[in-house]
Design a protein around this ligand. Structure first.
Ligand SMILES: O=c1ccn([C@H]2C[C@H](O)[C@@H](COP(=O)(O)OP(=O)(O)OP(=O)(O)O)O2)c(=O)[nH]1
Length: 171
């Protein structure tokens, strides 16, 4: 097995700003308690491909609603690898819990962005049966799989990333 990456927490300052953007006014003490409880992604079994991402707080998503979760986590990867974020099958099967972007792509150079490469995961409860999703704090809600990728033989891209979510559109 190739060991090519390492998860880290973002700094508390980064987390506080992003958490406040996502959920509005929380005190620094409340945000600190959430931050201190953040668990880095982990695999459930030695044969699992996916690193489970855990909810920093309890999350309720009503049918048709979305939630953007600042994970508090960044990932350092060797060049030539990408972290792909997928739904957990169980939550998809039970609730049709979907990732808004269908699959999340975490580029290796995102780590060096001004936002420390803070990963966000946005999900929608697409239940057709009116089921509300209740995720307890610390529950695995999505999974990330490290995948190798190639580039074309005549690739001459030299630009660098700063940010995500359309940050490269201006190029
Ligand atoms: O679910 C996601 C998807 C992406 N990202 C971050 C990491 C990724 O490296 C960056 C950009 O993602 P992507 O390349 O998929 O988005 P884009 O719409 O093409 O934006 P950009 O122009 O910034 O590449 O946003 C997340 O935190 N969560």
């Amino acid at each position: 097995m190739q060991r090519i990456a390492k998860f880290h927490k973002v700094s508390f300052e980064q987390f506080l700003g992003d958490w406040t953007d996502a959920f509005g006014g929380v005190s620094a003490d409340e945000a600190r308690a959430v931050y201190d409880g953040i668990r880095l992604p982990a695999r459930a079994t030695a044969g699992s491909a996916g690193y489970d991402f855990f909810t920093p707080v309890a999350v309720t998503v009503a049918p048709g609603e979305s939630v953007k979760i600042p994970t508090g986590v960044r990932v350092e990867m060797e060049e030539g690898w990408v972290l792909s974020i997928f739904p957990r099958s169980s939550l998809g099967f039970k609730y049709r819990l979907q990732l808004n972007n269908t699959v999340g792509i975490i580029d290796s150079d995102y780590f060096y962005s001004d936002n420390e490469g803070h990963m966000f995961i946005k999900m929608t409860n697409d239940s057709r049966e009116g089921k509300t999703v209740e995720l307890a704090a610390g529950m695995a809600f999505a999974q990330g799989i490290f995948l190798p990728y190639g580039i074309t033989v005549d690739d001459d891209c030299t630009s660098t990333r700063n940010g995500g979510f359309g940050s490269t559109d201006a190029r």
